[in-house]
Design a protein around this ligand. Structure first.
Ligand code: OSB
Ligand code: MG
Length: 379
């Protein structure tokens, strides 16, 4: 397919409530929306970098630079026929996985629409974990709850999400706000599926905190130690009953293989943005399946564009645990896709089945959050 035009938009989307983690507070989510046009078809993607280099080293400015100066020119020069060819086209650029994933996701939408297939169908055809797998219509999803001002407020926030239907709760922790929060939640909700995410806020010398958490029947402990570490996580995992799940430390299928084989974790959080796109995400899914390690789909507070692809990804067979895939209204007053994503009373979300992302981008809502636009055309 001849890619004729690529458009980048910087979108600033105010969150319904501030989202606080061990690395900071977000009140407005800033993402790059990527639009790719070719032969009368439009593909949409989302780059999940943020304003500052807090979760990863990428920012929207580095992603824009890498897209504009390196990735977009390479796509225009290539004769790309499938989204799975994008990693090869982009391979000369090291790192910058979020920038790559933003463009790759728009290409997945474009090529899926060209074939009249949904992203879930495209992903299912590419995965190798389970042949003849029948895609589900709905998937179980979870919610990621930020740090709250008080333990009481956290308990009430969790209660509200449980009432909305969510069947898996993840809470953010940081030094000083950890075991106490888990204890309070377990006292109130003894049987819920509960997990914690430290976003790299601890050192190996904090192992006592994780030993204390080991008594609360958590599903997993996400990224307790340094953001690029494998070695110290091996040591910690050996000491714990509870599974460690790596997020920040995993950038590729090679990282995932190392982490699983060395016992740094038993579970992997797959975020397409962090690993360079859906092609690599599916490779990690397959590799983990071959090792009987469950995976789940992480989130970066995506708009409906990114969410649509993530929900499709999470419908694959080895996504054994509910992901951080919540309803549009958990994040935004107004999503930029229609219909927005909803969670039913059983805590499930429908997997879009229309062509590509399977939801319509609302031009009006997108324009309302766009703060700058740049258009590129092939020669
Ligand atoms: O570590 O999983 C994380 C959001 C921004 C950056 C990092 C993380 C998160 C979340 C949000 O936990 C998950 C979501 O999109 O609902
Ligand atoms: Mg995380």
């Amino acid at each position: 397919m001849k890619i004729e035009r690529i458009e980048l938009r910087l979108a600033q989307m105010p969150l319904i409530a501030p989202f606080e983690t061990s690395f900071g507070v977000e009140t407005v989510e800033e993402h790059i929306i990527v639009r790719v046009d070719g032969e009368g078809i439009t593909g949409w993607g989302e780059c999940v970098a943020s304003e500052g280099p807090w979760y990863s080293y990428e920012t929207n400015q580095t992603a824009w630079h890498v897209l504009r100066d390196f990735l977009i020119p390479r796509v225009f020069k290539s004769d790309i026929r499938a989204a799975t060819e994008f990693p090869r086209v982009a391979a000369r650029v090291r790192g910058h996985n979020m920038a790559k994933a933003g463009l790759e996701s728009a290409l997945w939408d474009l090529f899926a629409k060209e074939q009249g297939k949904s992203l879930a169908q495209m992903f299912n055809a590419f995965q190798t974990a389970q042949r003849d797998y029948v895609l589900p219509e709905r998937i179980a999803v979870g919610v990621s709850v930020g740090l709250q001002a008080t333990t009481r407020a956290l308990v009430e926030q969790v209660r509200a999400y449980l009432q909305e239907g969510y069947t898996r709760i993840k809470i953010k922790i940081k030094p000083g706000q950890d075991v106490e929060l888990v204890r309070a939640l377990r006292a109130e909700f003894p049987a819920i599926r509960l997990q914690v995410d430290a976003n790299s806020a601890y050192r190996l010398s904090d192992a006592d905190i994780f030993h204390a958490m080991d008594e609360y029947n958590l599903l997993l402990i996400e990224q307790p130690l340094s953001h690029d570490d494998i070695f110290q996580h091996i040591k910690l995992q050996h000491e714990l009953k509870t599974a460690i799940c790596l997020d920040e430390s995993i950038h590729s299928a090679d990282d995932a293989e190392a982490a699983l084989e060395l016992g740094a974790c038993h579970i992997i959080n797959i975020k397409p943005g962090r690993v360079g796109g859906y092609t690599q995400a599916i490779k990690i899914h397959d590799l983990a399946a071959a090792r009987s390690a469950p995976v789940w789909c992480g989130g970066m507070l995506e708009s409906g564009i990114g969410r649509a692809g993530n929900v499709a990804l999470a419908s694959l067979p080895n996504f054994k645990l509910p992901g951080d895939l919540s309803a549009s209204r958990r994040y935004y007053h107004q999503d930029i896709v229609e219909p927005g994503f909803e969670v039913d009373a059983q805590g499930k979300m429908r997997v879009p089945h229309g062509p590509g992302i399977g939801v319509e981008v609302s031009q009006k809502n997108l324009d309302a959050v766009t703060v700058s636009t740049q258009v590129f055309r092939s020669k």
